[in-house]
Design a protein around this ligand. Sequence first.
Ligand SMILES: C[S@@+](CC[C@H](N)C(=O)[O-])C[C@H]1O[C@@H](n2cnc3c(N)ncnc32)[C@H](O)[C@@H]1O
Length: 261
Amino acid sequence: MSVSVGQYTAIDDTADASWFIRFSDSVNAIPEYRGVRATLIEQLGSLEGKHVLDVGCGPGDDTRELARLAGPSGRVVGVDLSESMLAEARRRGGPVEFRRDDVYALSFPDATFDRVRAKLVRQHLLDIDRADDELVRVLRPGGRLAVFDLDLETLALDHPDRTATRAFQQYWADHHKQGWCGRQMRRRFAARGMTDVTTTPYTVHMPYEFFRQATRGALADPEAATVLGMTPEEWWRPLAEAEEAGLFFASLTGWVLGATR
Ligand SMILES: C[S@@+](CC[C@H](N)C(=O)[O-])C[C@H]1O[C@@H](n2cnc3c(N)ncnc32)[C@H](O)[C@@H]1O
């Protein structure tokens, strides 16, 4: 059984943790993510000398960037549930404390951090309310939160079968634990008393191979053929031809949320 994005919450229990590291690296290599990272940093406000938490840090490249900006007087902590991710983050180095922690029950007292960041984590979480409570709890009053998550039902895919494409868009979004978390961010954090809440949209292109990897879990589900009204092979054929011709197109929209506690 091949691994897929649906298992991001249990990477260490899968047959191939390295797939998730490669997948995260391929996300971050998509050019639009440069803008996402820059806006997250902008929304956090000044970082120099600050105590910063990166939740669900993955391989930690973004966390290292935060540490560079926090400077020698700052302190940056990257937490993740996966030991495999943390091992890779530590191997890549940097002045960051990488430690195992669970966003559902962070092991820090209330109001520990000046800045809290979470990128591409919440869309994978079953109990998003509990996670959001924790992100706010560990932030000090007046501190800044920055979050980025996609909204899976914003998929724009140029496939010749419109009916199948529309069905796939909803099916794929619902295959995620929080397929709508992008559009719900503003409401969720406002409900937790956060102020100055802003959302900045980013539409990111999905290269063909990336799209294949991102959707393979949903398409491996036997229900997929019924939803699409065709076999996965029939679904892929025109997309592969489009890629051959240099015409494959798929994109997703997400939002960077910035807010003050
Ligand atoms: C899609 S990756 C994003 C990694 C990184 N933030 C980035 O943008 O490159 C999601 C990360 O969240 C972590 N994660 C999943 N569930 C978690 C939990 N309950 N607590 C902490 N981290 C979790 C995964 O192990 C994974 O490293």
